[in-house]
Design a protein around this ligand. Structure first.
Ligand SMILES: CC(C)(COP(=O)(O)OP(=O)(O)OC[C@H]1O[C@@H](n2cnc3c(N)ncnc32)[C@H](O)[C@@H]1OP(=O)(O)O)[C@@H](O)C(=O)NCCC(=O)NCCS
Length: 162
């Protein structure tokens, strides 16, 4: 999975989508620090423990750099930035039965806008799985030669006796 590059100075305007979702009862916002356990456990259950560890890194930042999609107190999805590495977007994920509602695009757009506001000119989507999704949503382009990128010589789960 290659990394992708996003021009933050040419981001589409996501305000309409965010308003539409708000009207439908879904808020996209930074998580609160006291929600860290809920978010981490949810990501582990729906995705993986390593994605949870990355997203939990965002709770050390001010403002928190893990954003959540919330409807009636229920977590539907999340997106993180400055977690895997500085300047990186991700991980991100939407609950399987909620996909296709625009939540993934809204989380992506809100995170990238936050990165622009923070002062970045470009964002990197680390190890982009759904390349077409990112190309279509924000005009992201594949970074040639970015496999395995930073993801090399990674630790495996360690036997306890080692
Ligand atoms: C990728 C993901 C976050 C998208 O979330 P979502 O809420 O379904 O996205 P949206 O509803 O905003 O989709 C917007 C568009 O992208 C398309 N799209 C969604 N997922 C896609 C994928 N994996 N590949 C290609 N296109 C995709 C949708 O079909 C939709 O197209 P449309 O506007 O023509 O209908 C979600 O599919 C997911 O959680 N995937 C598993 C985790 C993952 O791969 N995370 C990314 C790691 S880099």
């Amino acid at each position: 999975m290659p990394d992708m590059l996003v021009k933050l100075y040419e981001l589409p305007d996501f305000a309409g989508l965010l308003d539409e979702l708000r009207g439908a009862g879904v808020e996209i916002r930074p998580a609160f620090s006291f929600e860290k356990r809920i978010v981490g456990d949810w990501i582990t259950a729906h995705f993986s423990a390593s994605w949870a560890a990355e997203a939990e890194r965002g709770f050390a930042a001010t403002p928190v750099s893990t954003l959540v999609a919330v409807e009636d107190g229920i977590l539907l999805g999340f997106g993180s930035y400055d977690c895997t590495a500085l300047g990186f977007f991700g991980p991100t994920g939407v609950r399987e039965d909620q996909r296709g509602r625009g939540l993934g695009t809204a989380l992506l757009g809100a995170c990238l806008k936050a990165m622009w506001d923070k002062g970045y000119g470009y964002a990197v989507i680390g190890g982009a799985g759904p390349v077409e999704f990112y190309r279509k949503a924000v005009g992201a382009t594949v970074i040639e030669g970015s496999v395995p990128g930073i993801y090399r010589n990674l630790l495996k789960a360690q036997p306890l006796e080692v």
